[in-house]
Design a protein around this ligand. Sequence first.
Ligand SMILES: Cc1cc2nc3c(=O)[nH]c(=O)nc-3n(C[C@H](O)[C@H](O)[C@H](O)COP(=O)(O)OP(=O)(O)OC[C@H]3O[C@@H](n4cnc5c(N)ncnc54)[C@H](O)[C@@H]3O)c2cc1C
Length: 430
Amino acid sequence: MRPRPRYRPQERPPYREFPHRVLVAGGGFAGYSAAMELCRLTRGRDDVGVMVLSRENYFTFWPMLPGVISNDVDARNLAQPLRRALIRAGASFRRAQLEGVDPERGVVRADGVEIPYDHLVLALGGEPAYFGIPGVEEHCISLRGIADAEKIRNRVIERYEEATLARGEVPDSRLSFVVIGGGATGVETVAALHELVHGALAEDYPNLHPRRVRLTLVDRNPEILKELDPALRRVARRRLERLNIRILNGATAREVLKDRVVLEDGREIPSENVIWTAGARASRKLEELPFPHHDRRGLEVDAGMRVRGFANVWGVGDCAANVDAEGNPVPPNAQAAVQEGRAVARNVLAAIDGGRPEPFRYRPLGQLVELGSRFAVNEVLGVRFSGLLASLFWRLTYLYKLESPQNRARVAADWLLDLFTEPAVTEIRR
Ligand SMILES: Cc1cc2nc3c(=O)[nH]c(=O)nc-3n(C[C@H](O)[C@H](O)[C@H](O)COP(=O)(O)OP(=O)(O)OC[C@H]3O[C@@H](n4cnc5c(N)ncnc54)[C@H](O)[C@@H]3O)c2cc1C
């Protein structure tokens, strides 16, 4: 039996008392990796204090978010607890919203309190970009967090309930779901919707044939998954078409209205359920901070991830415009964010110890895209594979990458259970 958790008084001095205080703003893939690596590298040293400041006390495991839509994973298992992991590693944690930075005085303001730093690592992540398209912000659901994935799943359930109660014909737009954006997130989302409709909900609503629900993927590029190898793109497309998902390529949304999407060429898709995954940009919070940045790509940083013009401010993850050794932009994804986080930890420490920061070298390991729970298209270190085995690989890889052992065990249990049962879906209305 496990020992009961018990109170242990803090052994390390408070963060403010360390000679070198490293403040990490943002506890996502990049910030968490930076803090954990710093703690690992300074174990046994008593001169470096690390604090993470983040607006939630968990970090979202984004790659599994579509699984919440399909009812494949429980939402709470994608919220990885930050506080305990960081405290155990020797860092401090504050759940607070960063409001401003005063680089002259070396302080940040968060929830009205000033926190000093000697080095500041900005890891505030990104957010959806809407490109000024009318109606997108107003009528679309964007995947900005765990709550949005639940919102999408609940929207499907709501529509089913309405259709069940309706007397007479239900308008097509009610049971039509449109996902805008044919990148990995859009493709995984539309496949997850299919899984929900044809899996968990099919048995619960015998009066509504799953084929009555229309699923459409809209993408302005000539092909979906443009970041993947062309052969894998074709495999993915065939798979989605076999699932009866309509794919419109070369289709740009001009406007989203309450009950339809209007495309540039004048075509209209009736839908009251539109999901936006077509663009991402750096956190808008940067606009309020005194550091140089591009609107979409984020903080201007040098090769060692130092913010231009500031010797003790660093930028990592989706909020920074990092480039690889060849000068190409590093893609905004989790593996890059983790690599940047670890690399910035080494560079901050080098700066503290009077050394020189190393240029960041991005090592892309591959791309994994899951299309429903039993099919994936993967490209790993140049090897391409798809199908059930690829799906198993997807699952084992992301299971391994979940940081929290409890979350890992629970997700594995959920998946195992799914092999033998079809868990029912519930909607908790808030
Ligand atoms: C739906 C979805 C699916 C994805 N799937 C994949 C995938 O399969 N594979 C992959 O490689 N990548 C995937 N990505 C991309 C990947 O998740 C991001 O590139 C990665 O999370 C970037 O890490 P980050 O640390 O920069 O940002 P995040 O992980 O978003 O972390 C940012 C952190 O900053 C905090 N924060 C923000 N503003 C403030 C503030 N003002 N004050 C305090 N804290 C703040 C946030 O709370 C958060 O903890 C996906 C993204 C999305 C949206």
